[in-house]
Design a protein around this ligand. Structure first.
Ligand code: PMP
Length: 403
């Protein structure tokens, strides 16, 4: 399959915006969806729609089979040891909340939680809530001048014997990849539970949770060419099984009386209520789609494209890049001189170019960069050199207009 054929599978990219062909550079916010994902969800609603796990009838059996088959696909996709270690959520945010809330009974006043200095708010706020409930303390892991996680500071913090270390895999704001394998090994040696926010990683690189040896790994379907409204929490069986459920009700029980409830076994124990069935089916189609592609080749192409984008941007006088390294994945953060990022974004949009502007749900990171916000251009497997050329040309026009 040529790259043009791959791109043609994303119908939304064929439109024009403000008389310009759409140049979509906001995949880190949400990826576009290939036709096969849209088709799988439509086919599910047209042919199989029923609630899962509950009824004796054939439609429900088909819906259940389709839903549970995606759990198996996900187990293989991230190389989990057991299918019960895959919990469907509504996204990364819910997955991290599920863990932070579920550990409430396991923390004592004064316990320490370490957070990634470049974390997305989804990997900060749930821990703050947990700390408030338990009287635990939070410390951020500082970043170096070049925005990487400061490993010497990390080791010094580990000496304080934290109970939990929550890390990002790839920073959504900057595209920086954490050296997870080594960080997790050190955190585990210090006795901490580890959670990884993989929202920005799964679509860009192979993820092997068994090799990483993390306790939890969270990600969202909509950033990996699947639909919104579905995400995944992977958890090592024993720790996952120790979590107090975030939601309780139907589907997650073994027996209920008015006096007491006995919870069911994993994975149902952590999946109360009717799940996002069509979305799970769509996510399954996205995994099939990714598995059908030469991913290593595409990752290399995407990385080369990102380096090209970084070089092109840095060659424009007045453009500042933040934390731009050759081994970053997926995204580049920048500002145009002292111009407000929102103005730059709006003027780019007028030329059909979609980038993200703001704090990128990473206010502490922005603060450490001395910024209120910035623009972010991000790539997906459909991005090509023409997108970069159009973006750079549009940014030069914005510069001529503003400076
Ligand atoms: N973490 C990171 C690194 C993200 O990029 C995002 C999405 N912006 C999230 C968490 C939250 O994901 P969701 O909104 O799908 O729950």
């Amino acid at each position: 399959m040529t790259h043009a054929q791959l791109r043609a599978q994303f119908p939304i990219l064929e439109q024009t915006l403000a008389d310009h062909p759409l140049c979509y550079l906001d995949t880190a916010a949400t990826s576009q969806k290939p036709q096969c994902v849209l088709d799988a969800m439509t086919a599910y609603y047209q042919q199989d729609n029923a609630n899962v796990h509950r009824a004796a009838h054939s439609l429900s059996a088909r819906a259940t089979q389709g839903y549970e088959a995606v759990r198996d696909k996900l187990q293989r996709f991230i190389k989990a040891n057991r299918r019960e270690e895959i919990i469907f959520t509504h996204g990364t945010t819910e997955a991290i909340n599920l863990v932070a809330n579920g550990l409430s009974n396991q923390l004592q006043p004064g316990d320490l939680i370490l957070l990634d200095g470049a974390a997305h708010h989804a990997n900060i706020v749930p821990w703050q809530m947990l700390a408030e409930r338990c009287g635990a303390r939070i410390k951020p892991i500082p970043l170096t001048q070049d925005c990487r996680l400061d490993e010497a500071a990390f080791d010094a913090l580990l000496a304080l014997k934290p109970k939990i270390v929550a890390l990002g895999h790839v920073s959504n704001a900057l595209g920086i990849v954490n050296p997870l394998q080594s960080l997790i090994k050190r955190a585990k040696a210090a006795g901490a539970l580890t959670l990884v926010d993989g929202a920005q990683a799964v679509a860009h690189m192979p993820v092997d949770v068994t090799q990483l040896d993390c306790d939890f790994y969270a990600f969202s379907g909509h950033k990996m060419y699947g639909p919104t409204g579905v995400g995944v929490l992977y958890g090592r069986y024993e720790v996952l099984d120790s979590l107090t459920p975030l939601l309780t009700g139907g589907e997650m029980i073994k027996t209920v009386s008015f006096e007491a409830t006995e919870f069911g076994a994993l994975p149902n124990r952590l999946e109360a209520g009717t799940p996002p069935i069509a979305e799970v089916i769509g996510l399954g189609a996205a995994i099939d789609f990714l598995n059908s592609l030469p991913r290593a080749e595409l990752q290399a192409q995407e990385q080369a494209l990102l380096q090209h984008l970084q070089q092109q941007l840095s060659s424009i006088e007045g453009v500042h890049l933040y934390g731009a390294h050759a081994d970053n994945l997926g995204a580049v953060a920048f500002n145009l001189a002292d111009e407000h990022h929102q103005d730059v974004g709006i003027l780019l949009d007028q030329q059909g170019v979609a980038v993200r502007c703001g704090h990128h749900c990473a206010m502490p990171l922005m603060q450490s960069l001395g910024l209120k916000g910035c623009c972010r251009a991000s790539l997906g497997i459909y991005s090509n050199e023409a997108d970069i050329a159009r973006f750079i040309q549009a940014l030069k026009q914005v510069k001529d207009l503003l400076l």
